[in-house]
Design a protein around this ligand. Structure first.
Ligand code: GLC
Ligand code: CA
Length: 577
């Protein structure tokens, strides 16, 4: 049991392609316009044919949905809108039967204000031990400190309106996110105990791992000092800011004590075997800080968000990719590659803007709109580049359809709490959460629901059906068929378990030689120039076989097709030598 979890290089998660299912938006089996686990059961064949190795489910627990399930009212059950524990067991069994692992989302920084522990805390008197599960503080002179919520406005709210007790007049509770998401007090051993038993509950059911929400946020500086930013984190220019908002830096992020929690969790997981994994959502500023979360007695891996934040620019991309590889290698962890998730603008849209455009606040109908064709071409290219490299890759549901962000959602349909909390300035993340199109039939919400269903919980754009899985199925050049082929090739060669060396001599072309675990050698190259470029020298000298290629960007600047062996603008190639 005390063996370290690192010593088996064949652990599945080291090289897995992991597909994120956002339950509310994936597939609706009963026609209420809300995705559910029955909907997932209907798509098991689809998931298998995609050639993914694991599914990560965003939260499916009972929740009042003030933050689409990241406000958990019961950690040991399933949201009745989505099904029940038996439905979950079925999903788990079906996926396991196809060789697909299952990761679930644990939300340990905060619960919902509807969680019984918070309700008990409110019912108790100030100073009672029930209150010690959360972060209550007394202050008669405004909020206890100047901390701002990640969703805008103060991170403190008054207790009295919730408890109805006059004795609470000067009491406040902390919520780093929405007021409906009170932060747990991780200095209390009972909180530790609560989450250890949570982990065991789901491990006993058979899950293969956990994605840890806000892994960098659980522990706060105990002195609760004022921070540099103050209460308007979404509108801040100064040290540790980017694009007019504060980065995840301050007395409530990345405190040394968080690492003790993951050491404790690792021990719980080790009771079940070293194949059970933990992946951190830790928004920290450097790959080196991120690597701390995956030291050998902590988590298995951490999302690497540096590529998400990186512009389509060869120098910048080369730098973040190299740094990621070096930092993860230094602690013996695999690299993780991420381009999209439920918190970011979909990468096919992000990459359709000129370099330097700021899409962090979400996109609305009055904002400049992206170039869809360039965005999609670059998105496929970026995905194919990262999928060719050693490490694991996280994919967000819908990206295999090349789905763009919904950039023209009506503002009154928005549900993300940032929209309201920012005083209707920051549009937020709804645009990447619109229910998926499965067919071209509008009466079934484009196949998201059965026929004659209620409207989907977020409206779908009118052209959604043309992007649907059913339409793409019969087109050999569709993004869907491209993803299937890419992931099949990646898996059959063992590229994720390979070893890589940088080759590039052309500053505008990123290229690596990957020696796959099967021993075959593959050049993975992306051309970021506006015109065609020659293939890397090594490919020219050895004679080549193209295993995979993405489309090129056809623009006036691109030289008309040069030699066949060239690499097109915006194109990624996998070439066997
Ligand atoms: C994480 C989730 C995000 C959520 C927040 C609060 O960043 O990915 O969706 O809003 O945590 O739980
Ligand atoms: Ca439903």
């Amino acid at each position: 049991m005390n063996q370290l979890h690192r010593n088996d290089w064949n652990q599945w998660w080291r090289s897995a392609a992991i597909y994120q299912v956002y339950p509310r938006s994936f597939s609706d089996s009963n026609g209420d316009g809300i995705g559910d686990l029955g909907g997932v059961l209907e798509k098991i064949d689809y998931l298998e044919q995609l050639n993914i190795d694991a599914v990560w489910f965003s939260p499916f627990y009972p929740s009042p949905q003030h933050d689409t399930g990241y406000d958990v009212a019961d950690y040991l059950d399933i949201n009745p809108e989505y099904g029940n524990l038996q439905t979950f067991d079925k999903v788990l069994a079906e996926l396991h039967a196809r060789g697909i692992k299952v990761i679930i989302d644990v939300v340990p920084n905060h619960s919902s204000w509807e969680h019984p522990l918070f309700k008990q805390a409110l019912a108790a008197q100030p100073g009672d031990s029930a209150r010690d599960m959360y972060m209550f503080r007394k202050s008669s002179d405004g909020a206890p400190n100047n901390w701002g919520s990640m969703f805008g406005g103060s991170a403190w709210s008054k207790v009295e309106p919730l408890s109805g007790k006059a004795s609470d007049r000067d009491w406040w509770y902390l919520h780093i996110f929405d007021a409906s998401q009170p932060d747990f007090n991780w200095e209390n051993p009972k909180v530790h105990e609560f989450f250890r038993s949570y982990l065991r509950f789901w491990l006993d059911r058979g899950v293969d791992g956990f994605r840890v929400d806000v892994a960098h946020g659980l522990v706060k500086d105990p002195a609760l000092p004022d921070d540099l930013v103050g209460p308007d984190r979404l509108n801040y220019e100064g040290p540790n800011s980017e694009n007019g908002r504060a980065l995840d830096v301050g007395p409530f992020f990345n405190q040394p004590g968080v690492h003790d929690i993951y050491r404790e969790w690792r021990q719980v997981l080790d009771e079940y075997g070293r194949d059970r994994m933990l992946v951190a959502e830790a928004w920290v500023n450097t790959p080196e800080q991120e690597a701390m979360y995956v030291r050998e007695d902590e988590m298995s891996q951490a999302f690497n968000f540096s590529v998400v934040n990186c512009p389509w620019e060869p120098g910048a991309l080369r730098k973040v990719i190299r740094r990621t590889q070096e930092a993860s290698a230094s602690v013996g962890a695999p690299a993780t590659w991420v381009l999209s998730n439920h918190d970011t603008v979909r990468h096919s849209t992000r990459l359709g803007y000129p370099t330097g455009a700021n899409t962090d606040n979400g996109i609305g109908v009055t904002d400049p709109q992206p170039d869809r064709e360039i965005g999609l071409t670059r998105a496929l290219s970026a995905t194919a580049f990262l999928a060719g490299l050693p490490g694991s890759i996280y994919l967000y549901n819908g990206e295999e359809l090349g789905l763009p962000e919904a950039t023209t959602l009506p503002d009154d349909a928005r549900q993300d709490p940032t929209w309201k909390r920012s005083g209707y300035r920051v549009r937020g993340r709804d645009g990447c959460r619109v229910p998926l199109p499965w067919s071209n039939n509008p009466s079934s919400n484009f196949g998201f629901s059965p026929a004659r269903a209620s409207s989907p919980w977020l409206p779908q754009p009118a052209d959604w059906g043309e992007l649907s899985a059913q339409v793409q199925e019969s087109n050999p050049y569709s993004p869907l068929n491209f993803y299937r082929k890419m992931l099949a090739t990646r898996r059959s060669l063992g590229l994720g378990m390979g070893k890589s060396t940088w080759l590039d001599s052309d500053p505008e072309v990123l290229s690596l030689l990957v020696t796959a675990s099967c021993g075959r050698k593959v050049i993975v190259a992306t051309n970021l120039a506006v015109g065609y470029r020659p293939l890397p020298q090594l490919a020219l000298s050895k004679g080549t076989k193209v295993l995979l290629q993405t489309p090129t960007i056809i623009s006036e600047d691109a030289a008309p097709s040069v030699e066949d062996s060239g690499i097109g603008p915006g194109q990624t190639l996998w070439i066997e030598i």
